[in-house]
Ligand binder design. Structure first.
Ligand code: NAD
Length: 344
């Protein structure tokens, strides 16, 4: 079996590939894995084992059709994680999001079709559903994305499903809630707050901090993606939830405790544009049809995550995201650094 995983130098894809290479997935212990990643600011080659006999790393762009047509033959399946993923960046410039998430997905699926790839999982997000005041979204809920990031993912979902209906590609879509865990880029909420609090730097929350998210450990998300790869039905969408719903204020409070930081470090700033108030997934379908069950409770997973950042300062200490407020930052870094006070 040969599996191509896109975007696996990033947070979630690298976790998935590490589990494949560690032999943690029965029936996949001999699988050869090709990672295709453009190594944008969010991709880090060191998230993957440097030399593993079953891993081939290809530095390349999912928009590059000739590269895809050259690379894909011989692969049985594709798990597609590659994307521009940070909401705040999409509010500043959405063009990279449309290019990678929509054009890139279309190029990848076109190449899968031309080269006879047998199975594809397109990894998407709960953000495509917009914001929900009460109750939870099922997979049939209309797509009402509010940020350019969410809109680009919703567009990519529709393109992906059109390849099933138009061309008969064997493809399923997953939509997961907010992920957390080790190796996440420090621009995202939990790593940004953790690393700043460990350095006794202030952390700014958007608005009044009442925005509510459902959290899922990256390991549970990857288990859900793998279930969909192996047992999911073509043309179906599967929500992957964590069941642990928290306000951003609650998450910040838990991080203050875990980092042993004083509450005075928590501040509030003007709300993010178009900030979704609440996300909540109904994931009955994947639980009942595929046997998905998240295993890591948020309190335990968060404590492990904070411990990991505490034990790996070399991975974040020199990042512009964790500099003291007001510290000198080069122009190039300013382009890369975003103060994340939201969740993704
Ligand atoms: P990430 O930003 O950590 O990683 C994205 C990876 O994609 C990076 O390694 C980057 O270099 C690569 N990439 C970007 N553009 C590319 C291109 N044009 N060609 C090849 N590679 C490219 O993101 P993540 O948090 O690991 O998210 C992975 C996927 O999961 C995304 O599709 C995202 O929408 C989805 N998702 C994320 C979350 C979350 O909470 N992080 C939740 C649900 C779904």
């Amino acid at each position: 079996m040969r599996l191509l995983v896109t975007g696996a130098a990033g947070f979630i894809g690298s976790h998935y590939v590490r589990t494949l290479l560690d032999g943690d997935r029965p029936g996949f212990t001999d699988t050869r894995v090709t990672v295709l990643d453009a190594l944008t600011y969010a991709g880090d080659r060191t998230n993957l084992p440097e030399r593993h006999p079953r891993l081939t790393f290809v530095h390349g762009d999912i928009c590059d059709l000739p590269l895809l047509l050259d690379l894909l033959p011989g692969h049985d399946a594709v798990v597609h994680f590659a994307a521009e993923s940070h909401v705040d960046r999409s509010l500043v410039d959405a063009s990279a999001f449309i290019r990678a998430n929509v054009t890139g997905t279309e190029a990848l699926l076109h190449a899968c079709l031309r080269t006879g790839v047998q199975r594809v999982v397109h990894v998407s997000t709960d953000e495509v559903y917009g914001s929900i005041e009460r109750g939870s979204w099922t997979e049939e809920w209309p797509l009402v994305p509010n940020s350019p990031y969410a809109a680009s993912k919703a567009a990519s979902d529709l393109v992906a499903l059109s390849y099933v209906r138009s061309h008969g590609l064997d493809l399923s879509v997953t939509r997961c809630s907010n992920n957390y865990g080790p190796y996440q880029h420090v621009e995202k909420l939990i790593p940004a707050f953790t690393t700043r609090l460990l350095e006794r730097q202030p952390v700014p929350l958007y608005g009044d901090g009442s925005h509510s998210r459902e959290w899922v450990h990256v390991s549970d998300h990857c288990d859900g993606v793998h279930l969909v790869l192996t047992r999911g039905r073509s043309g179906e969408v599967y929500n992957i939830g964590g069941g642990d719903e928290r306000t951003n204020r609650d998450v910040a409070g838990a991080l203050l405790d875990l980092c042993g930081a004083p509450p005075t470090l928590l501040g509030y700033v003007a709300d993010r544009k178009g900030h979704d108030q609440r996300y909540s997934l109904d994931d009955t379908k994947i639980r009942e049809q595929l046997g998905y069950a998240p295993r890591i409770a948020f309190a335990d997973g968060l404590a492990q995550t904070v411990a990991w950042y505490r034990e790996h300062p070399e991975r974040w200490r020199h990042s512009p995201h964790t500099r003291p407020v007001g510290a000198a930052v080069s122009t190039a870094e300013q382009g890369r650094a975003f103060d994340n006070t939201g969740t993704r």
